[in-house]
Design a protein around this ligand. Structure first.
Ligand code: HEM
Length: 573
């Protein structure tokens, strides 16, 4: 099998698959580039590759259903990719073929078997990330990718992750970089690499501004040491050694380092993984090699396509307004909190900083298991409406209850626990809005009082209960209230229909409802949905005529009549 043959088969398959050239951008384009290069490089392979790059190929039909041929093609591409020195175009195409072939699996069992078979074919390749020229990140044999909530993203042995920021199938590449003429070059005006050393009494902090991704973890959490708009940036005398070390180890770009007594503080040891952060870079952990080189235990890769220090993130996503799709209008507490990464940050700060230094709680947790912070984060994630992590990994409700049983906790312990958890939430940067903190504090109070009750001698907690699911307090969700600090809402641009023009929902009615109107009514229906407004049209009109809706002031008569006319004309979309 040669690249040229793969390309010819891909072209035939593309013709037989659903309309819309599904293989054109992600398979045929990179394979054609690889074939052209193979042709130029390999005199012996010249015959095979002849014409392939120029667009020709066997015209004979192939046997088998398209889905079956796609799967065979994916396996053959993987076999070729698994050979040493594979061309980046072949790797990119293999990633797309693996993805498409796995997508077409009939059920979860077939999907698992396919992934295992592909993993077997390319199993000898070293795990790593390669940066394609002006193209995606080619991620090989990395099985742990999570979204910003910490939920797993389906992985394949060979993946191509979007680097230009424009893919419609993020985090996967969809070939947009080629259409957009994306350049992976560094900006010559970028902040140059330079290792600055800031000596402190106990800890010396090293800092490479050229590598910083400006995630703000250090400046947000330890502003006395990592100072915004002050020189020098680092003042090691502003914090305790353990706080500084924790901040350095949490730096996602790897710009910061710490030295104690001449020895570099080791980086955390984490399994290889990629986090797709919200509106920001890929955060790599676990020392995954980059372009074959050791690039540190952790580093951040540009995801918006605008970094000045490509492939590393330079924080430009913030300035160019790079944004993932917005959170659902009805987020769970888990989503609003920032998902598992945020809850883990909080429990690690709680059990590794606040508890050990506390005279009451320190001794109580002295022998806790090393993964206790992870376990409590998993419990909170599940309770706040996230995935059932604690039930799946750690034994669910019964295990949690058994952990507290017989501990005879006192009210002093409980109160301190709740107080320090609130401090840890602040320090971990959990949202500080009144709605979230009311729900969060409500759960901490409720849960800690139940833990106290369950821990008393002779207590008999009900067995086999589900993990509780906590929710916003009294339906007070983010945005359900106009904040006193919010900028004034812009007046709604209303378009009245031209004479004789029919009234339509999208053009004339929906713009009449402001975001705050929509939020106020979201408990009952969606004022931006044609279907909902049509269903409740008469009741809405009644309220509008009465002047009771919106609650901050009645509509002018001409708007109310426009709404009435829309109903009378048949409530067109
Ligand atoms: C909302 C309140 C609370 C939650 C969600 C919570 C959560 C948990 C969870 C999930 C575990 C089991 C970890 C595992 O799987 O091994 C656990 C264990 C434990 N909890 Fe709590 N807890 C709460 C309140 C408290 C309070 C108020 C105290 C005492 C001040 C306390 C003390 C302990 C101790 C000592 C353990 C055993 C730790 C070990 O030795 O590994 N908990 N807690």
């Amino acid at each position: 099998m040669t690249i040229a043959e793969l390309l010819a088969r891909a072209r035939l398959l593309n013709r037989d698959l659903a309309p819309g050239d599904p293989l054109a951008d992600t398979v045929i384009r990179p394979l054609a580039a690889a074939a052209t290069e193979a042709e130029a490089e390999d005199a012996a392979g010249a015959e095979d590759a002849a014409g392939a790059g120029a667009g020709s190929g066997p015209e004979a039909a192939e046997d088998g259903a398209p889905a079956e041929r796609l799967w065979e093609l994916a396996k053959d591409a993987t076999r070729l990719r698994a050979r040493p020195g594979a061309h980046e175009g072949l790797i990119e195409a293999t990633a797309a073929l693996q993805h498409l072939a796995c997508l077409s699996a009939e059920d979860a069992d077939v999907l698992r078997r396919r992934i295992a078979e592909l993993a077997g074919i390319q199993g000898a390749l070293e795990a790593g990330i390669d940066v394609a020229t002006d193209g995606p990140y080619l991620v090989t044999n990395v099985s742990r990718i999570t979204n910003w909530l910490g939920e797993p993203v389906q992985t394949f042995p060979q993946m191509a992750l979007c680097r230009c920021g424009q893919s419609a199938t993020k985090p996967l590449c969809d070939g947009s970089h080629a259409r957009a003429g994306f350049s992976g070059a560094k900006d010559p005006a970028r902040v140059p690499d330079r290792l600055d050393t800031h000596e402190g009494v106990q800890v010396t902090v090293t800092d490479n501004r050229g590598r910083c991704a400006h995630s703000g973890f250090c400046t947000d959490r330890l502003p006395r040491v990592f100072r915004v708009d002050q020189e020098p940036f680092v003042a090691p005398s502003g914090g305790r050694a353990d706080e500084i070390v924790r901040a350095v180890r949490a730096c996602p770009s790897g710009a910061l380092g710490a030295v104690i007594d001449g020895d570099e503080v080791p980086a955390p040891r984490r399994p290889p993984g990629i986090e797709v952060s919200k509106d920001g870079p890929y955060r790599i952990t676990g020392g995954i090699p980059l372009d074959g080189d050791a690039s540190g235990e952790h580093y951040s890769l540009c995801r918006c396509g605008h970094s000045r220090n490509k492939p590393l993130c330079s924080g430009m996503h913030y300035y160019v307004g790079f944004a993932d799709p917005p959170m659902s209008p009805d987020p769970t507490l888990f989503e609003w909190a920032g998902g598992l990464p945020a809850l883990r940050r909080m429990t690690h700060i709680f059990y590794e900083k606040y508890v050990p230094q506390d005279d009451l709680l320190g001794p109580l947790f002295a022998r806790m298991s090393p993964d206790h912070p992870e376990r409590v984060a998993a419990w909170l994630a599940e309770t706040f409406g996230g995935p059932s992590l604690y039930t799946e990994r750690y034994g669910g409700y019964d295990h949690m209850v058994a952990e507290h049983a017989g501990k005879a906790l006192t009210e002093q312990w409980r109160a301190r626990w709740a107080q320090l958890m609130s401090l840890a939430a602040d320090e971990a940067g959990l949202p500080a809005d009144p709605e979230f903190r009311a729900a969060f504090a409500g759960y901490i109070e409720w849960g800690s009082r139940i833990a106290l009750e369950n821990s008393q001698p002779g207590a008999a907690p009900p067995p086999h209960m589900p993990v509780p699911r906590w929710w916003w307090v009294c339906e007070a969700r983010p945005g359900s209230r106009a904040s006193a600090l919010a900028p004034p809402e812009q007046p709604v641009p209303v378009r009245l229909p031209e004479p004789g023009e029919p009234v339509g929902f999208a053009d004339h009615i929906r713009p009449l409802f402001r975001e705050m109107d929509r939020r106020s009514m979201s408990f009952a229906f969606d004022l931006w949905s044609h279907e909902d407004v049509t269903r409740h049209a008469d009741a809405i009109l009644h309220r509008l005529r009465q002047g009771g809706m919106p609650c901050d002031g009645a509509w002018p008569a001409e708007r109310v009549e426009l709404f009435a006319r829309w109903i009378a004309e048949g409530a067109a979309p």
